[in-house]
Ligand binder design. Structure first.
Ligand SMILES: N[C@@H](CCC(=O)N[C@@H](CS)C(=O)NCC(=O)O)C(=O)O
Length: 230
């Protein structure tokens, strides 16, 4: 089995799939592609039917889309506990994962994952307040139900889905409740996450489209050009 994924410092979807494989001790090979450099999109397109990563390759089976990868692994390794064993908890975990997959676009756009960086004060809190409020509520409800430290007690795929959010809170020093901050720390304490982080911070590549300074500068330029045209 092989996981095709992108830069550990920047690729939030890659992190999710990789964490599930690593935390649940599923043997796999790594095939890393870059989100930068000459022809990077073409390279990804050659390996991924959707043009995006991660992609799981298991013999003849090629699975793009993070949620589909998680479900494939859960089907293949039902005893691993990738989702909670309780049916109700499993439904809640899948709902949380789906909400993450389809939502929180403000947070994702305003605060791109960048593990090695520290950018306090560079995200406008008003722009991410709605997403953070919902995330605090969701994490709070699930952790009070389970007792923590993870959303369903022990680590499941739902936590893998939210791991990049934890990193955004740290990188941009976003203000959240104490409970949410404890959850961020629990994600950072996970051995599989630490393994990814160690590799991520060593990477030499800079991906401009995921660097907050470049994003803010491009936005400023676009605004001043629009003002010039008005
Ligand atoms: N819906 C996809 C999203 C994957 C995705 O957007 N991956 C990014 C890297 S984090 C990517 O491949 N970007 C390349 C591009 O957009 O051209 C999933 O759940 O796996």
């Amino acid at each position: 089995m092989k996981l095709i994924f992108a830069n550990k410092n920047y690729s939030s979807w890659s992190l999710r799939a990789w964490l599930v494989l690593k935390h649940f001790n599923i043997p796999f090979d790594e095939d890393m592609v870059l989100l930068n450099g000459e022809g990077w999109r073409e390279t990804i397109r050659k390996k991924s039917p959707s043009g995006k990563v991660p992609v799981l390759v298991d013999g003849d089976v090629v699975v793009p889309e993070t949620i589909a990868i998680i479900e494939y692994l859960n089907d293949k390794y039902p005893a691993k506990g990738i989702w909670p064993s309780n049916r109700v908890e499993r439904a809640l975990a899948r709902a949380a994962a789906a909400e993450m997959h389809g939502g929180f676009t403000a947070l994702r756009n305003e605060a791109p994952m960048n593990l090695r960086a520290s950018h306090p004060g560079k995200v406008d809190p008003d722009l991410v307040a709605g997403d953070l409020k919902r995330i605090e509520r969701l994490w709070g409800d699930l952790i009070s139900r389970s007792g923590g430290p993870y959303l369903f007690g022990s680590f499941t795929a739902a936590d893998a889905m939210f791991a990049p959010v934890a990193t955004r809170i740290r990188t941009y020093d976003l203000a959240v409740t104490d409970l949410a901050m404890e959850y961020v720390e629990a994600i950072y304490a996970l051995p599989a996450f630490q393994e990814w982080l160690v590799e991520a911070v060593k990477e030499p590549w800079t991906v401009e489209q995921d660097e907050i300074d470049a994003i803010l500068a491009a936005r400023k330029l676009a605004n001043s050009e629009a003002a010039g045209r008005a």
